[in-house]
Design a protein around this ligand. Structure first.
Ligand code: ATP
Length: 313
């Protein structure tokens, strides 16, 4: 049996008084896209910096395709492509020149480097802009090139750290599509994000990470089933919203009620059945409702359910 593309077991890392990673264990199956989903500061970057062999864990073990990953394990590092959050390309070189430079750095011959550069330019959708200096690129194009650099060595495992942060919608879509395509071609992908839509769209399995711990793991379906029948109702409203929220809280089918700037967010057991009662209570509290949105459980609600907080606080 071939070894899984990644195993992580009992990983821990402390920075001074902060336990950034607190005993994380997970693995990737062949061809799987696995998402680490969690808010800012949850420990995602620290985890994958250790997975990529850039940072030594305090304890725990990591293997990539059966090889132990450490900061000095060149054999394990040769099997991964790591795309950091910060773009690391040369602004005065074109995309082609950047790729050629990194390909040669990886030890490819000039002929192989040219061939691989052409392939990667196609994959990241930059073939027609390949000769422009990258300082003229949009943020999203720079990110795509950054991903391309991570693909040059045909990695067994591609590690992407929040690759769409600060990217325009068109490039974001292109990045997500490239990742989906690489996954269809059989590459294992470890993906970190705090955007639940990306985890939902791309990932076969998701690990929800908070305060350095993996608090739940599974397919989207499995994770959502943790929430049960709880729906989210978002009210856009004016008036004494805190008072309305207080009255709603006394109902047994209201699991959570929070006032927001211009309305309220409720977690409701069976929202559709209770919607008329919600609107009645709110009107009786003197609050005028402008709009109501009911959403079925998603990964955001899973996070709320498990932690009592929103993913993007
Ligand atoms: P983000 O989405 O903001 O990148 P994250 O989930 O990747 O967040 P980490 O960057 O792993 O989170 O950070 C986890 C915790 O460890 C945070 O509290 C962070 O401030 C702290 N931390 C990370 N790196 C260091 C460091 N080099 N020195 C001190 N503290 C650090």
């Amino acid at each position: 049996m071939t070894a899984p593309p990644l195993t992580v077991s009992g990983l821990r890392k402390r920075f001074g008084s902060i336990q950034a990673v607190d005993g994380i264990t997970f693995h990737l199956d062949a061809g799987e896209t696995y998402g680490l989903l969690g808010p800012n500061g949850a420990g995602k970057t620290t985890t994958i910096s250790m997975v990529a062999g850039l940072l030594s864990p305090d304890s725990g073990d990591i293997t990539v395709a059966g090889r132990r990953m450490t900061t000095t394990a060149d054999d394990a590092k040769a099997l991964i492509g790591y795309v950091p959050q910060d773009v690391a390309i040369y602004p005065d070189l074109s995309a082609r020149e950047n790729l050629m430079f990194f390909a040669r750095l990886y030890g490819l011959s000039a002929t192989d480097a040219r061939r691989r550069t052409d392939e990667v330019l196609q994959t990241i959708g930059l073939a027609d802009r390949a000769r422009e200096r990258t300082k003229q690129y949009s943020g999203g194009m720079k990110r795509r090139l950054n991903i391309g650099i991570g693909l040059l060595n045909r990695p067994k495992l591609l590690i992407l750290d929040e690759p769409t942060v600060g990217v325009d919608p068109q490039s974001r879509n292109a990045i997500l599509e490239s990742v989906a395509q690489l996954s269809r071609e059989g590459m294992a992908v470890l993906y970190t994000t705090h955007y639940m839509e990306e985890a939902e769209r791309l990932c076969d399995r998701v690990g929800i990470i908070d305060h350095g711990k993996l608090i739940a793991e599974g397919s989207q379906e499995q994770l959502v089933s943790l929430v049960g029948e709880e729906d989210r109702v978002t009210l856009s409203a004016t008036g004494d919203i805190p008072h309305a929220v207080d009255t709603l809280r006394s109902q047994p089918w209201i699991k959570q009620a929070d006032a927001a700037n211009d309305g309220a967010v409720l977690v409701v057991d069976g929202a559709r059945a209770h919607l008329p009662a919600i609107l009645q209570e709110v009107a009786a509290a003197g609050v005028g409702v402008r709009s109501v949105e009911v959403s079925e459980p998603d990964l955001e609600s899973v996070f709320l359910h498990l932690t009592g907080r929103a993913l993007r606080d």
